[in-house]
Design a protein around this ligand. Structure first.
Ligand code: NG1
Ligand code: MG
Length: 513
């Protein structure tokens, strides 16, 4: 799985057969538009896909393993290296344009050799490119020396992952951008792990304190398989295959058309959850180990993670990981009795620090708006979700002990049950669903889905459904009748609302000859 990002020779190396005709037209348009914008063909195209998360929601930033897969929708960036003559002294030139020019206007930047300026407070589409650029340059400087002068580039982007839709358009864009910058600067064998790690850090520059699931799925995925991604002790991604079942299984992704933009909602949604989980980790650690010494920093976004609590508390334990997680669920319940949440004062006392120090540690980099922190609920979700991922994985990896006879409905339903439990936990415990997603899930289950849940950050966006292949049409009809027909959306939006998705391939570079 590790190794360099593949160099594709044809679109067949990237897409499944059924996607080729549509993609051929799209790529031809990209090259043609590039030529008409900039006067010559690009040197290469870098590509990174979006992803759907099958199970393991909101636990990557607590450093628990997740199980996503790449989808066909992606970001493609056509790139040409140009000389620096158009840039002022001490700068290089970056020209970025988008196929959807009216929605995403073109920009030109003269960037000083030594730093890339990103204003995370201004929500601007090119920030994602810049954050990939910044991350890639850090890596390039490590390799080529601190005074390395980056190349000037012309770029045209085409993205088909819906923004704010829970399918990880941002990670696809950041990964494709970082890959483009590396390749343009002469790195033709870009290491997948290094690219993923830099994309994870880069995305934080855009104002989201993200985990590492999306970037891993975007870079590492292999066509035909889902991906099991672990973050500790180091980032490892490996393919996981679904067994042959009868009825056959399909993954259906359904858009809610409720948009949740993390740059805007971060202080009360995503970034707040990251902070709540980190505080819960420190609090639990202090109580369980009767110490106010901070948990040893691991690689969590805030330096401390709920996974770190498990590692420390069960250091020499003989219990299996599943048993440890069950134990942590009960310890969480007994430690955090307050359903209504904890105030800053209560937390600071438990951690043995001042409220000022608490704010500095947790809420200064990414702003947060909260009176109380629901530590009990957040930790309960994380530990129970981490357990569900392990259960899901063990079903997939030892299917024979669960499959009996030619009808595997019972096995399929076990997978689905775990996804349904995730949805319940996201809705009631982690509070990251929304009524529209709940409704899409309820409609799908009634029409025959085994498992239905939100995917990605939630608060809107997309839902994912594990469905018997022969029920896909019935579910689609039920959504149309009971959900989409009541929404104020265009025909075109409706046409793209429901996608049956096959696991797609990850990042690649396509050299234009
Ligand atoms: P989406 O929905 O793609 O923005 C976000 C995070 C993930 C993960 C999920 C929830 C980013 C870039 N991605 O995904 O790391 O935490 O939410 O499981 O913020
Ligand atoms: Mg995102």
């Amino acid at each position: 799985m590790a190794g360099p990002v593949p160099i594709a020779k044809s679109l067949k190396d990237i897409y499944t057969e059924d996607a080729i005709p549509g993609q051929t037209t799209r790529w031809e348009t990209l090259l043609k538009e590039f030529k008409s914008n900039y006067g010559a063909l690009p040197d290469f195209v870098s590509r990174s896909p979006g992803r759907v998360n099958i199970i393991g929601e909101h636990i990557d930033y607590s450093l628990y393993s997740v199980l996503p897969m790449a989808i066909t929708a992606d970001v493609i960036l056509a790139v040409k290296v140009i000389d620096d003559s158009q840039a002022p002294e001490g700068c290089y030139k970056i020209k970025v344009s988008n196929i959807q020019a009216s929605k995403f206007p073109a920009h030109e930047f003269d960037i000083p050799y030594d730093s890339v300026d990103i204003d995370a407070k201004v929500h601007e589409w090119t920030n994602y490119f810049k954050s990939g650029l910044r991350g890639a340059l850090e890596l390039l400087r490590k390799k080529k020396g601190a005074d390395y002068k980056p190349k000037s580039m012309e770029i045209l982007m085409d993205g088909t992952v819906p923004a704010g839709g829970g399918l990880s358009s941002s990670a696809a864009f950041v990964s494709a951008s970082a890959l483009a910058v590396m390749y343009a600067n002469g790195e033709h064998a870009v290491d997948k792990t290094a690219l993923t790690e830099l994309a994870i850090v880069s995305e934080r520059a855009v104002g989201v304190n993200s985990g590492g699931m999306d970037q891993s799925a975007s870079v590492f995925s292999i066509r035909g398989s889902a991906l099991f991604v672990s973050f500790v002790p180091s980032l490892v991604a490996r393919p996981v295959y679904f067994p042959k079942t009868s009825p056959e299984l399909s993954f259906v992704i359904a858009q809610s058309f409720v948009t949740s933009n993390k740059q805007v909602t971060g202080p009360v949604c995503y970034n707040l959850r990251v902070v709540e989980c980190s505080i819960a980790a420190s609090y639990l650690h202090a109580i369980l180990n009767k110490t106010s010494t901070p948990l040893p920093a691991d690689a969590g976004p805030l330096g401390l993670s709920l996974h770190g609590v498990q590692d420390t508390y069960f250091k020499d334990s003989k219990l299996s990981l599943e048993e440890q997680l069950r134990e942590l669920i009960s310890l969480t319940k007994s430690t955090f009795s307050k359903e209504e949440g904890y105030t800053r004062e209560e937390i600071a006392t438990a951690l043995g620090i001042s409220v000022g120090a608490l704010d500095k540690r947790y809420t200064s980099t990414f702003p947060i708006r909260a009176e109380k922190f629901k530590l009990r609920q957040r930790a309960l979700h994380v530990y129970s979700e981490a357990l569900r991922v392990l259960q899901f994985l063990s079903l997939l990896e030892s299917p024979s002990s669960h499959l009996s006879g030619s009808d595997t409905s019972a096995f399929n339903q076990k997978l689905g049950d775990l996804m349904n439990e995730t949805q319940d936990s996201c809705r009631d415990v982690y509070e990251c669903s929304c009524p529209e997603i709940d409704q899409l899930c309820a409609i799908a289950r009634k029409a025959g889905s085994y498992g239905s849940r939100l995917t990605g950050a939630g608060w809107g966006g997309c839902s994912v459904h594990l469905v018997p292949a022969d029920k896909v049409d019935a579910i689609r009809e039920a959504w149309e009748k009971e959900y989409y027909s009541k929404m104020d959306v265009t025909e075109e939006q409706k046409d793209g609302a429901v996608v049956v998705s096959k696991p797609g391939s990850g990042s690649a570079v396509f050299v234009v000859e």
